[in-house]
Design a protein around this ligand. Structure first.
Ligand code: NAD
Length: 252
């Protein structure tokens, strides 16, 4: 059988799709043929335009992922749109910076809720539907280099992304035999809102750049290929991996 990266006829759900990596992933999935449900709490106008320019179709779903309230609604609104949900990209995430010695409970809970708790329960709702229908599907979690490394001044972020790597492996083990692939992408340093503080600090910016073998910050479009691969039939026998897309950072 020819290797296929084609997503024609599939419906993808991408959280945090209004900007940054989520926007680039939505466009890449649309270019590969998928219909894309754009989930988030902000206006999706920019991503809707970009998906449409890529020849794709999108549906915007308003949802604040800091609670579990929207979880079932995200699946049902998607299915009401195209009759199906085949791919879930858990991309929405937040970061809070402070020295560990001063870190607050509020900054701990906020990050864990969006980056880990909602990811688990949205994945559960998505998988329940697939299993009830007797269909396979794809879950792609957006992890981080902090799934492998410690970092500094981001304790809840590192805990959430390290936890997400473990959760990816656990869900892969439980659901692989049901035809559901659960994998993750670990982006390196990409130019988005999430990393603005680092790029604005000349010392951190120079230190980061000097360690990236590719020699430049990642551009969000550079993540699209990995997302399409993990969402497509080409990765049907890939389960439980955390794939770095980092310009070689972890190889140093
Ligand atoms: P970003 O801040 O531009 O995007 C984050 C997205 O999450 C936004 O769409 C935002 O609206 C959404 N979001 C946050 N809280 C939400 C909530 N409560 N409800 C709904 N949506 C919410 O940053 P980004 O860099 O595009 O981040 C995307 C993902 O990639 C995150 O999980 C982040 O941790 C991860 N990541 C980014 C980098 C990087 O270098 N930029 C590196 C590693 C991992």
């Amino acid at each position: 059988m020819p290797i296929s990266f084609d997503l024609t006829g599939k419906t993808a759900i991408v959280t945090g799709a209004n900007t940054g990596l989520g926007q680039a992933i939505s466009v890449a999935l649309a270019q590969a043929g998928a219909d894309v449900a754009l989930v988030g709490r902000s206006s999706m106008a920019e991503t809707e335009t970009a998906v449409s320019a890529a020849g794709g179709r999108s549906l915007s779903i308003q949802a604040d992922l800091s609670s579990l309230e929207p979880v079932d609604r995200i699946i049902s609104e998607t299915v009401a749109w195209t009759g199906r949900a085949d791919i879930l990209v858990n991309n929405a995430g937040i970061i809070r910076r402070a020295d560990a010695i001063d870190f607050s409970e509020a900054d701990w809970d906020a990050v864990m809720d969006v980056n880990l708790k909602t990811v688990f329960f949205l994945s559960q709702a998505f998988a329940r539907r697939l299993i009830t229908e007797g269909k396979g599907g794809k879950i792609v979690n957006i992890a981080s280099l902090l799934s492998f490394q410690g970092g500094i001044r981001i304790p809840s972020y590192t805990a959430s992304k390290s936890g997400l790597a473990g959760l990816t492996r656990l869900l892969a083990c439980e659901w692989a035999a049901k035809g559901i692939n659960v994998n993750a992408i670990a982006p390196g340093y990409f130019t988005t809102n999430n990393t603005e503080a680092l790029r604005d600090d000349p010392d951190r910016n120079a230190a980061i750049l000097s360690r990236i073998p590719a020699g430049h910050w990642g551009q969000p479009e550079e993540l699209g290929g990995a997302a399409v691969f993990l969402a497509s039939p080409a990765s049907d026998y890939v389960h439980g991996v955390v794939l770095p897309v980092d310009g070689g950072w972890l190889a140093r």
